[in-house]
Design a protein around this ligand. Structure first.
Ligand code: SF4
Length: 482
């Protein structure tokens, strides 16, 4: 049914079918992605310094990744010198254990979170909730999808697949559950007013704030947060304890590097020159300061990132999670993010999910969630060659024998027949004969097997009655009279 999430464990074809049968979601995704892509184009067109800055940012990002271990050591020293705690986490369980240890020691019951893909990646909310903590997402989009029991559909705008009416219905339910007044209407200001009222209470009651981080500056041990809502600042300054969970790939060497990078997520993601709030956090509250937490913890998340260093995939670590590749991807624009069935969707998700979680996690994504149109490569401000990575993942699947036997057999036979002219001509003749029952009004319709995917939605022309080789031979014969 439109608007419903695919059931847990739904297959890729089922997820796609559900997405295609949901016109409200598809309209919402098409509208938001188009709007973001247009804004991006406009800001680059009207900001002369943007392109040169972007190029410098690519160099800065790759330079930092080339010496990530040394920079992480420097960062750790700086954070600890300012009274913070730093811990390295290999994967989801390490992060969960550490956060829960701190929570128990500090008597934490209620947690507020600002938007963080790193914590989504490791399902931190579930880990904390299973341990009995109350966790509240405070980014508006994240709040909406938390109430809906979904995962983010877009890396930057997590609830962009929802209409205002769907959001209103969720807020009405929440109001009834909390015995508070519902939103007065479904206009955006009315909906945000409801969320603000609800979240304010969560902020004031929270014992711990958990954030992600857009960048980490090694030379001063500074965490950089870029947001468009004030929730990031509230999360990191109101509760007694602040824990930031940040991927090791977010490290940059210096403030000069950061100066080129700082605007990039906004320029390419939302088409702004700079996001509304930029927050720099260097350790906990110090003597004489009015704001800030008593304790600051920085959890440096690896979760497979280190293994990518020195491989052909290393440039994927330069990703700044701007979402520009999603906004131009014809697959994402058609089926939205939920159909991917993974935390990261769109072109970056097609590459990152198998690289961080193992190719077995989502073998269908590199294989069939990409049309190889190269729009994502053109859109990526960090010049990540996503299509090349997708092809490499496809190659790995074949090398490991992960494709279904039917695919293997099809391509094996295809390869054998087309390896010589006689085989090529033979398959052409068979195809021309076989297509007869499927040609209607001069078009191929309802063809079986692999070809059926094409003919179901396209007006594919049938094969010509005569191949070029046959035509050429006939023409030559008629000229020479033989
Ligand atoms: S891959 Fe590039 S375009 Fe996509 S989210 Fe990352 S930085 Fe942005």
């Amino acid at each position: 049914m439109p608007g419903e999430l695919p059931p847990a464990g739904a297959t890729w074809p089922e997820r796609r079918r559900r997405a295609l049968a949901d016109p409200a979601m598809r309209a919402a995704v098409a509208k938001s992605t188009r709007s973001l892509a247009v804004k991006k184009e406009a800001v680059f067109a009207t900001y002369p310094a943007a392109e040169a800055m972007r190029k410098r940012a690519v160099i800065a990002r790759r330079g930092s990744l080339a010496r990530v271990d040394a920079l992480l050591d420097e960062l750790t020293r700086r954070v600890e010198a300012r009274g913070g705690h730093v811990v390295r986490a290999a994967g989801p369980a390490d992060v969960g254990r550490y956060v829960l240890d701190v929570a128990r020691r500090r008597g934490v019951q209620r947690v507020v979170k600002s938007k963080s893909m790193a914590t989504e990646e490791i399902a931190l909310n579930e880990q904390l909730e299973n341990a009995g903590l109350h966790v509240r997402e405070t980014d508006l989009g994240e709040y909406i999808i938390q109430l809906a029991g979904e995962r983010p559909a877009h890396i930057l705008v997590p609830a962009s697949h929802k209409t205002r009416q769907q959001v209103r219905a969720l807020f009405d339910e929440e109001a009834a559950a909390c015995a508070v007044d519902p939103p007065v209407g479904d206009a955006t200001p009315e909906l945000t007013a409801f969320a603000r009222r609800q979240l304010r209470a969560d902020f004031l009651a929270a014992d711990m704030g958990i954030s992600g981080g857009n960048f980490l500056v090694a030379e001063t041990g500074t965490l950089v947060l870029i947001t468009n809502e004030g929730n990031g600042r509230m999360t990191t300054s109101l509760p007694r304890v602040h824990i930031a969970v940040v991927g090791i790939d977010k490290i940059v060497a210096t403030w000069a590097d950061l100066a080129d990078l700082l605007q990039q997520p906004a320029l390419s993601g939302t088409g702004q020159r700079l996001s509304t709030y930029t927050t720099f956090i260097t350790g906990p509250r110090r003597e004489g300061e009015l704001d800030g937490p008593e304790e600051f913890h920085l959890v440096l998340l690896d979760n497979g990132r280190h293994e990518l260093l020195g491989t052909e995939f290393v440039d994927i670590l330069a990703c700044i999670r701007c979402g520009a590749c999603l906004n131009v991807c014809p697959v994402f624009r058609t089926i939205g993010g939920q159909a991917y069935g993974t935390m990261y969707s769109g072109p970056i998700g097609v590459v990152l999910t198998p690289l961080l979680g193992g190719l077995e996690r989502a073998p269908e994504l590199p294989k069939s969630a990409c049309a190889l149109c190269y729009a994502c490569a053109d859109a990526c401000p960090m010049e990540i060659d996503l299509p090349r990575h997708i092809l490499a993942l496809r190659r790995t699947e074949v090398e490991r024998g992960m494709e279904p036997w039917s695919d293997r057999l099809t391509f094996e036979l295809w390869g054998r027949f087309w390896a010589n002219p006689a085989g090529f001509r033979f398959t052409g003749r068979i195809a021309r004969l076989g297509q007869r029952v499927y040609v209607r009004d001069g078009r191929l319709k309802g063809a079986p097997g692999l070809v059926g995917g094409w003919t179901a939605t396209r007006n594919a022309p049938p094969l010509a009655r005569e191949s070029f080789h046959e035509w050429w031979a006939r023409r030559r014969a008629s000229r020479t009279g033989s």
